[in-house]
Design a protein around this ligand. Structure first.
Ligand code: HMG
Ligand code: MG
Length: 311
């Protein structure tokens, strides 16, 4: 076995996929132990060297809410040499935007919720209040020429409210785009989606006038559905997929959220389908194996485990 899947394309899929790597932010925000800033910086440099071109770096949120990312001011300047790599950062409010802009960030992400309970737990706001909080953030970021991503969490199910109606998700998704977000990332924060549900949501978003090329998908693998859901989304025309190196992460304000879709599992499937990503699977796997050593536990990614296995 040479560590690469056999290349057998399938019809009806895009030629190229852009991977939005979230391991350094979504992954590390969930670690119990604080990861040293130098390790985070090396992780991001290694991800870039493996060919990832969009690497979410950190969050400018309240440090009491997410202490794991309280070193954003120290980390971000360490990444200044990564020419050609987009380094989006999470920003919930104007205070966060000021901090990000002061360091020269050119890509930001606001993060909304399709449900009231998660909005309250994650942002201490109702859905309407959080959209009002984002309004000046998006406007100021766009005025300054920044690219703005709008995350939407709990698009399929919510641990407190149960299944989330598609029309409820479409309403908040439209509101985020109406604020001026350039792209939307649909989050299955607790990993309960199945492919039919994904297609139903994408179909209704299309009917509501949301162009598919502005949609990214963000799946969690709690029930082993992340790749099936990704394949369904690709068949619908989605070409931006969020993933986390080594399958790191979850969400500190949604306890049932387990790991994000592992980037290596995604790249294995996309390589096999002949879909271009620009990512070197061998280098990426070595990076996640190294990060697992730093964290003192094995990666949950099946691909990382399989490719790291020594006879
Ligand atoms: P709050 O307590 O309502 O804040 O929290 P506030 O606006 O009342 O301000 C209180 C104090 O915090 C003030 O200081 C502010 O200046 C300060 P004081 O005047 O008392 O000295 N403050 C800040 N300090 C630093 N940076 C800031 C900031 N903002 C206010 N940005 C807040 C509201 C939004 C700040 C808080 O709820 C928060 O930080 N939440 C972040 C939670 C978070 O990061 N969650 C994880 C990311 S979401 C996710 O992972 C899901 C996703 O991956 C997709 C998926 O999987 O679904 C995206
Ligand atoms: Mg996530």
């Amino acid at each position: 076995m040479n560590g690469l899947p056999m290349n057998v394309p399938a019809p009806g899929l895009p030629a190229r996929v852009r991977i939005h790597e979230v391991g350094a932010r979504d992954g590390l925000q969930n670690e119990k132990t604080a990861v040293p800033t130098a390790v985070k910086a090396e992780f991001i440099h290694r991800l870039a060297a493996a060919g990832l071109t969009t690497i979410e770096a950190t969050s400018f949120v309240h440090p009491k809410w997410v202490p794991q990312l309280a070193d954003a001011e120290q980390l971000f300047p360490e990444l200044g040499d990564l020419a050609g790599v987009h380094l989006p950062v999470l920003v919930p409010n104007e205070r966060g935007l000021d901090r990000a802009l002061a360091l020269g960030a050119t890509r930001i992400a606001v993060f909304g919720s399709a449900t009231e309970t998660f909005a309250s737990r994650n942002l201490n706001r109702t859905v309407a209040e959080s959209l009002a909080m984002f309004e000046p953030v998006v406007a100021r970021a766009k005025e300054g020429g920044a690219h703005v991503r709008g995350y939407l969490s709990m698009c399929f199910g919510d641990p407190w409210e149960g299944p989330v109606p598609v029309h409820q998700v479409v309403r908040v998704a439209k509101a985020l785009l109406d604020l001026g977000c350039d792209e939307l990332s649909l989050g299955d924060t607790i990993g309960v989606a199945t492919p039919g549900h994904v297609l139903a949501l994408l179909g209704e978003l299309g009917e509501a006038g949301v162009p598919t090329d502005r949609i990214g998908v963000h799946f969690h693998d709690t029930y082993g559905q992340a790749l099936s859901n990704t394949l369904a989304a690709l068949g619908h025309g989605v070409t931006t997929v969020d993933a986390s190196a080594g399958g790191l992460g979850g969400c500190p304000y949604a306890k049932s959220a387990t790991g994000n879709l592992a980037t290596e599992d995604l790249v294995w499937m996309l390589d096999g389908l002949g879909i271009e990503t620009g990512v070197d699977l061998t280098a990426l796997t070595a990076t996640s194996a190294w990060m697992a050593e730093q964290l003192g536990r094995p990666s949950p990614s099946r691909t990382v485990r399989a490719l790291s296995h020594k006879e």
